[in-house]
Design a binder for this molecule. Structure first.
Ligand code: FCB
Length: 513
């Protein structure tokens, strides 16, 4: 285990410790990160290929700083026809109804009930009460003009103990949700696992136990059979890296372990679970699509020294290639395996045939982009850009361009959907009943402009989802951070469209910004 992986521990520890430290910085931060051609060229090795006047890009220069001075101003950027404008949520973060209709306990129920684990003991028992309010929420999605909605299915609603016959009442909820989306002309995109492992499976070893990957495939099969082609796009595991790093290295996510050797065995079992779910979908014969949902961080050396370059490369291995390579090339990155060492539990846990399963062809890749990472010659990290209220997030829109173009360059033209991108802002409800989140508008505008440049450079980006549709339970920081387009007044559960929601509705209607 190298210094690098120990540094991971320290870096992510900072994520929980200082999550509320920089409230208020957001607006200044966003306007300080206007993407410019110069920033692009210093940040990545790809030259932006802009085709001025091309119908896909529209007239105008989307990197012109003048165009970024007014958060509400339009940039003259047009997205491809049928672009999937969307928003994303996950089950534990919004549903509530933790004990209803046969839902079992998940590791997040256990974790959030453990004293000291979440801010002020916040938990998802009620959350945004979406389980009861989904019809009104669907109407809000229609009012926004969403074309795609990414949500997750709660495994413990489908199998309370993570095994056996599926719970019909749980399946019925998602059937009603999916039907309601279709009724409103919104395409459902369902994630099978967004971190709420049934507690009973954790008791049997959780993701350290290879059998959990097989249980996952069984659960996926039950969901595929129940919802079938009503869900055109499936995502397997949300951010396996976050489970590895936050759940097993730092321990500030469920199940709260600090065990580096276990962490990377967990990585392998999550990737195996992904591959087995792909196999299960193919076995149904349904003409639906499936892929993984990976949070990717561009890793830049802080300078051009050989030491920083080498350290950034290995860092990139742990952050990105460990999850991309097995799916798209059928092997784990050799540098990461060498760094873990032949005796590590992960290396020992890879069996013949596993990589064939993991590399079963996927139909699309879901990319979640929040922050870049700057790596020093000793494998540490430096902060280059202002952070949002989430101290782990540096606001750097060009990172979106860099990561999208890099994936296409390195792994080929697999269709891409951005399934998460957003930031928390210090939102308050005014007496007039409005929420003015201009910082979010500027952030989304700049990241969409970067995504647009990626499309113009040939990236097959088909859709984009804001994280998040509505304010929700943000894991270890509970309800402290507001990431939504829609404000949730938790005491009353009233929903209020923020300024960003009104802005996004106009973007969707114009198919551009
Ligand atoms: C991602 C998670 C999502 C949310 C955002 C802010 O890592 O997938 O649930 O917490 O970060």
């Amino acid at each position: 285990m190298s210094v690098l992986t120990r540094r991971h521990l320290l870096r992510h520890a900072a994520r929980s410790a200082s999550a509320t430290a920089v409230a208020g910085v957001t607006r200044a931060a966003v306007s300080a990160t206007v993407p410019t051609g110069a920033a692009l060229l210093t940040a990545g090795d790809a030259t932006p290929a802009r085709r001025t006047g091309d119908p896909a890009t529209g007239p105008g220069d989307d990197t012109d700083p003048e165009r970024h001075t007014d958060a509400e101003g339009t940039l003259g950027l047009h997205f491809p026809e049928n672009f999937g404008w969307g928003a994303a949520t996950s089950a534990y973060q919004i549903e509530g109804a933790a004990k209803e209709d046969g839902r079992g306990e998940s590791i997040w129920d256990t974790f959030s009930r453990t004293p000291g684990r979440t801010r002020g003991g916040d938990n998802g028992d009620v959350a945004a009460d979406h389980y009861h309010r989904y019809l009104a929420d669907l109407d809000l999605m229609r009012d926004l003009g969403l074309r795609s909605y990414r949500f997750s299915i709660s495994w413990p609603r489908i199998q309370a103990d993570g095994r056996g016959a599926p719970n019909q009442r749980g399946l019925d909820f998602y059937r009603r949700l999916v039907d309601g989306l279709h009724d409103r002309g919104i395409a459902p995109m369902a994630t099978l696992y967004h971190w709420d492992l049934p507690q009973a499976l954790q008791d049997a070893g959780g993701w350290e136990n290879r059998d959990t990957a097989h249980r996952f495939a069984e659960y996926a099969d039950a969901v595929f059979n129940a919802l079938g082609t009503a869900v055109p796009t499936w995502l397997t595991v949300n951010e396996p890296k976050t489970v590895v790093q936050n759940g097993y290295l730092i321990g500030h996510h469920a199940p709260g372990h600090q065990d580096p050797d276990a962490a990377y065995l967990v990585a392998h079992h999550l990737m195996l679970a992904h591959g087995l779910a792909v196999q299960a979908l193919r076995a149904t014969g349904d003409d639906t699509r499936i892929g993984p949902a990976l949070n990717l961080h561009p890793c830049y050396p802080v300078d051009d020294s050989p030491a920083a370059t080498a350290a950034a490369r290995l860092y990139d291995g742990y952050e990105n290639r460990l999850y991309l390579d097995p799916v798209f090339t059928g092997s784990y990155p050799a540098d990461v395996l060498a760094d873990l060492g032949p005796g590590s539990r992960m290396v020992q846990g890879i069996r013949d045939g596993d990589l064939k399963i993991i590399s079963a062809p996927v139909d699309l890749l879901a990319v979640q982009y929040y922050t870049p990472i700057y790596v020093t010659g000793t494998g540490g990290t430096e902060r280059r850009w202002p952070t949002s209220e989430a101290s782990w997030q540096q606001i750097y829109p060009d990172g979106m361009y860099d990561i999208l173009t890099r994936v296409t360059r390195d792994y080929g033209p697999v269709p891409i959907t951005v399934t998460e991108n957003g930031l928390p802002t210090p939102d308050t409800l005014s007496d007039a009943g409005t929420v003015d989140d201009t910082g979010r508008i500027a952030f989304l505008r700049d990241h969409l402009a970067a995504a647009h440049r990626a499309v113009a450079s040939g990236v097959p980006l088909e859709s984009y989802h804001v994280w998040s549709l509505m304010d929700n339970f943000e894991w270890e920081v509970g309800y402290d951070q507001r990431w939504g387009l829609i404000y949730v007044d938790y005491p009353t559960q009233r929903r209020v469209l923020k300024s960003s929601a009104h802005w996004y509705r106009r973007v969707i209607a114009a198919n551009g910004l």
